[in-house]
Design a protein around this ligand. Structure first.
Ligand code: NAD
Ligand code: GLY
Length: 379
């Protein structure tokens, strides 16, 4: 698809605005180096009420919290900050309950706006709180990881994990706007950049061969924090996601293509107890495995699968050997996946780089073969 539509760029200020068109819930994604310092202006423009609750984690708060708070206070907001420890464990009902208690104790009412300043964990959790506290508060996303800037902050999926499976409890709750400042990525550890690149690669594979080529060409410049390259990667990923979400907000059909790599990826995350692999690392492995399944099903040719593997090879990933992968255990996890229907494991599979098909049922033997492939590929 052509990812250049639906984007306005102000050359003087180098701020890009992408619209997510969802009727009365339409919202902008504003992307620009240094825009975090000007957050207050955007809050004013969107008539965000006086009280804002910034939910963040302690690492992000240390690097970027003060800049945001200063800008919001200067714009006249009363700012409450809730900083949690970082980590996937925070996406839990127990953490949510502690936050509800804190909001009640601070007298936060329905006029307040919840702001997520952080990665996908904070975005998903803060969005879940915003969707449920007092039956719903306004919500703003300020993503600070590459993964959150290219994917999780857009589209309104919010939620928490259940001990038995990931992202099992949640809602669709769209933000009022998304503010993306690529310069905050300079403090992000390299491993987190690699994880975010997993979702960037995914957008190329599923929707845009030209973008895939751009990622192949520009990978090293992105890791060197070349502002133009990173902005282009974030912008194109957001444009592609905005298109999918606008077409199918509640994942009745097209949105399911965003789950390429995620059926096996989520099972790998589970096998590593959500600590051995970062989300995007698991998705990179998941895409390699699921592309092989597409090959065995006769949907894609080997050269294209090799091309994906060659790109993934350039992204250092943790070895899968310590996970002692067993296909029976992975299959048990996949049976609990939201995408599994009536006991049939389904996944979107690519027909070529840049083109994916809606989820279809995959035979058990192919999944077993894919796990076998991963034990060698990821050793
Ligand atoms: P994360 O939120 O755990 O952040 C990773 C780490 O980076 C944390 O330790 C954090 O403290 C640190 N960090 C964040 N920003 C930083 C910065 N600018 N400088 C320095 N350190 C920084 O991980 P993530 O990869 O962003 O998100 C993963 C989560 O996103 C998973 O729970 C996944 O399920 C979810 N997700 C949701 C969607 C969605 O559509 N809602 C899509 C994809 C992934
Ligand atoms: N990351 C998958 C989705 O937003 O639908």
């Amino acid at each position: 698809m052509n990812s250049q539509r639906n984007s306005r760029t102000s050359l003087t200020k180098r701020i890009h605005t992408i619209t997510v068109p969802l009727g009365e819930r339409t919202y902008p994604i504003v992307i620009g180096e240094g825009v975090l310092r000007r957050a207050g202006d955007l809050f004013r423009k969107h008539a965000i009420g006086r009280t804002v609750v910034v939910m963040t984690d302690t690492t992000v708060a240390r690097h970027h919290g003060a800049v945001l708070e200063r800008s919001l206070r200067t714009a006249g907001h009363t700012v409450h900050t809730i900083a949690l420890p970082s980590g996937e464990q925070q996406k839990s009902l127990a953490a949510a309950e502690r936050i509800y208690t804190e909001l009640l104790q601070r007298g936060i009412d329905r006029s307040a706006t919840i702001v997520a300043l952080g990665g996908g964990v904070i975005g998903d959790l803060a969005g879940f709180i915003a969707a449920t506290y007092q039956r719903g508060l306004g919500f703003v996303q300020i993503p600070t990881t590459l993964l959150a800037q290219v994917d999780s902050s857009v589209g309104g999926k919010v939620g928490i994990n259940h001990p038995l499976a990931k992202n099992m409890i949640g809602a669709f709750h769209q933000p009022r706007f998304v503010l993306i400042d690529p310069s905050v990525l300079r403090t992000l550890p390299k491993r987190e950049m690699i994880s975010g690149m997993g979702e960037v690669v995914k957008y190329g594979v599923i929707l845009d061969a030209r973008f895939f080529r751009f990622v192949e060409r520009s990978l090293e410049r992105a890791f060197a924090h070349d502002a133009a390259v990173l902005t282009a990667m974030i912008r194109t990923s957001c444009l592609l996601k905005a298109y999918v979400v606008a077409t199918d907000e509640k994942e009745q059909h097209l949105r399911a293509i965003l789950n390429f790599g995620h059926t096996i990826g989520h099972a790998l995350e589970h096998a590593g107890r959500y600590s051995a692999l970062k989300h995007g690392e698991a998705i990179l492995y998941g895409m390699v495995a699921e592309a092989r399944i597409a090959l065995w099903q006769g949907m894609i040719d080997e050269r294209q699968v090799d091309r994906l593997e060659q790109l993934v090879n350039r992204l250092p990933l943790p070895s899968l050997t310590p996970l002692r992968l067993r296909s029976s255990a992975l299959l048990t996890t996949m049976m609990k996946d939201k995408k599994t229907l009536s006991g049939n494991i389904r996944m979107p599979l690519p027909g070529a780089i840049g083109s994916v098909q809606l989820p279809s049922v995959v035979e058990r033997r192919f999944i077993e073969q894919a796990v076998q492939h991963l034990t060698v590929y990821g050793a």
